[in-house]
Each structure stands twice: as structure tokens, then as C-alpha cells.
Design a protein around this ligand. Structure first.
Ligand code: ZN
Length: 324
């Protein structure tokens, strides 16, 4: 999946700085300790001699194996005394080593020539930043999802508890199983969007590509691609992300202006993703009979055959919050 060029340049620069900063603060810690603990400074001076001693052993013409083994032991002893010295003064043995946030890429953002998962995550989040979904993702997570609003009725509570468990597991296991699809069904205000954004956030954190948008926006892109695309745009350019992303979340199915064109786009999208093993989450306020009425049989048979339906029940959480 392609990334926005400006975001890429900005984030790559941020990673370069993060990498440098980690090195710099390690050397500051080292300097600080060298000035406080002269013994440590002496040990480090001796350790830094090791490489030139190795060179001397190799060119010296003596018994190279013997000399190298001696140096290896010497080095090990120095490392041990260094650790002991740090511990004695109340520091952990790795106190002066460089501490990167990401052990995979040492905060460079790259593993070889590949973009590291940690940078991929930043790139995906940056794409969302200016959108409404991006704002939602900041505030809505599994941690902020409360079951309190479903307590009135035991069956409703247990149903939501079960849905929450399914969604958490889905997000945690995403990518390790064969792209399960979820279908959230139920009236507005019961947490469908909250749980969708929570899944999106968690799956992005786990460095997968997630595309999340409303049915309205998604179909508007398909219409644009088909009817209004300018001559310098490649056919399919605007909609390829809906097919390629590792997870597609289609919010509010049924709020778009449905016509033959959008219906065939939806079928194509759902069908292609199923055939290529790419997971999808669809949420809708329509119930099964409304879905049947609005979309063709071949779509609803796909939805009910290939998606795991989760029925949201209860009293509008937003209204309950307003009444408090
Ligand atoms: Zn990384």
C-alpha cells in the first residue's frame, strides 16, 4: 500500500531524530557516570583497547589462537567488573547502553530496506489524522468502552459482554488466522462504531494496514473513479486501497444512496476480498430483512454466509449519556 509522500518524509525524519536522540542520551549517561565513577572510566578505557590489541595479536606473528583466547577472557573479565561496578553504585548493568523504543529497527524505521512495523503504524495513523475517524480513534478504544450502559437487562448485558470479547480477540489475533469477517447489526447508539474504531486502532498498533471509512465515502470514491476521474488519474487509483488493505472496515452500510451501481460495487468489493482472503468488518443499522430488501440476494447470502454476525441490542448509549 502506498503512503502519502509528505507524511513519509516527515515521519522518516522523526525516526532519524529518535534514533539519534537515543544514542545521544546514552552517551550523556555514560559521560555522567565517567565523571562520577573514575573506576568505570578506567574499565571502559581498557575495553576500548581490545580491538587494537586484537589487531596487534593478529599481525604480531605469535600463536594467534592463544592470544585471541587470552584477549577474549580478558574482555569478559572487564565486562564482568564493569557490570559489578555499575551495580555497586546502584545502576543497572545496561544503564549506559542505547535504549531504542523498537528493538527490531533501533528506531531507524527500517529493517534492511523494508519499512519496520513501528514506522508502518505511524504512517497509517498519519493518514487518518485529518479525518473524523482519526479523531475517533484517539478517544475510542477497548479501554474506554463501558458495559455499564447495558446493565439494565441481564441478557443484553451478557450479549454485549460476549460481543466485546469477540472483538478484543479478533483484534488480538488478527493476521494469525484466515481473515474472519464480522458483521455488526443493530440500531444506532449501541457501540458499533466504538468497537469498530477500537478494533481498527488495535490492529493498526499491531502494524497491519487498516482502511476504515463510511459506506457513503467509500461509494463516493467508486462513483468518482467510474464517472468523474480526471484524465491523469489511473482507473482504480482511488479505490484500490479498499481492495488491498489488510482489513477494511465499512461503517454504516445502508446510509449511502443505494443504486444499481453501488450495489454492484459492494458485491465486487465483498466478493473480491473474500476470494483473496482479506478480512472485512461491516456495520449497519439495517436488520436482516432490510438488508435483503435493499441489496441483491447474492450480496446478502455472502454477508450471512461469510461474515460472523454480531447483534447489538439495548438502549441508545448516546441518549443514556445525555440523560445523566
Ligand atoms: Zn521498528
Amino acid at each position: 500500500m502506498g503512503y502519502n509522500k509528505e507524511n513519509f518524509i516527515r515521519i522518516r525524519r522523526e525516526f532519524e531524530q529518535k534514533h539519534l536522540k537515543a544514542k545521544q542520551s546514552a552517551s550523556e549517561r555514560l559521560e555522567e557516570l565517567h565523571s562520577k565513577i573514575p573506576e568505570l572510566r578506567d574499565i571502559d578505557a581498557a575495553l576500548s583497547e581490545t580491538s587494537s590489541k586484537i589487531v596487534r595479536a593478529i599481525v604480531g606473528g605469535g600463536d594467534i589462537e592463544f592470544e585471541l583466547e587470552k584477549l577474549r577472557l580478558e574482555n569478559k573479565q572487564l565486562q564482568n567488573s564493569r557490570a559489578a561496578c555499575l551495580r555497586y553504585h546502584g545502576f543497572s548493568p545496561d544503564y549506559t547502553s542505547v535504549k531504542y523504543e523498537c528493538a527490531e529497527c533501533d528506531d531507524t524505521g527500517f529493517v534492511g530496506t523494508k519499512v519496520c512495523g513501528c514506522m508502518k503504524r505511524e504512517l497509517i495513523l498519519a493518514e487518518y489524522e485529518s479525518s473524523g475517524i482519526g479523531q475517533l480513534m484517539k478517544s475510542q478504544s477497548f479501554d474506554t468502552f463501558s458495559l455499564e450502559y447495558y446493565r439494565e437487562d441481564r441478557r443484553i448485558y451478557e450479549n454485549m459482554q460476549n460481543i466485546l470479547t469477540v472483538c478484543r480477540e479478533y483484534a488480538e489475533k488478527f493476521g494469525t488466522d484466515t481473515g474472519e469477517n464480522l458483521l455488526f447489526i443493530g440500531p444506532t447508539g449501541l457501540g458499533k462504531t466504538h468497537l469498530s474504531t477500537s478494533i481498527a486502532r488495535r490492529v493498526i498498533d499491531r502494524a497491519f494496514n487498516v482502511v476504515y471509512d463510511t459506506a457513503q465515502n467509500i461509494f463516493a470514491d467508486f462513483e468518482y473513479d467510474r464517472f468523474s476521474r480526471s484524465s491523469n488519474e489511473t482507473p482504480g487509483e482511488r479505490v484500490s486501497k479498499y481492495f488491498d488493505s489488510e482489513l477494511l472496515i465499512l461503517d454504516d452500510l445502508g446510509t449511502e444512496l443505494t443504486n444499481q451501481f453501488t450495489i454492484s460495487c459492494l458485491y465486487n468489493l465483498v466478493n473480491t476480498r473474500i476470494n483473496t482472503g482479506r478480512a472485512m468488518i461491516i456495520n449497519t443499522n439495517l436488520d436482516q430483512s432490510e438488508l435483503n430488501k435493499r441489496y441483491s440476494d447474492r450480496i446478502t447470502s455472502r454477508l450471512f454466509g461469510e461474515f460472523r454476525p454480531l447483534m447489538f441490542r439495548g438502549r441508545d448509549v448516546r441518549q443514556q449519556k445525555l440523560m445523566k
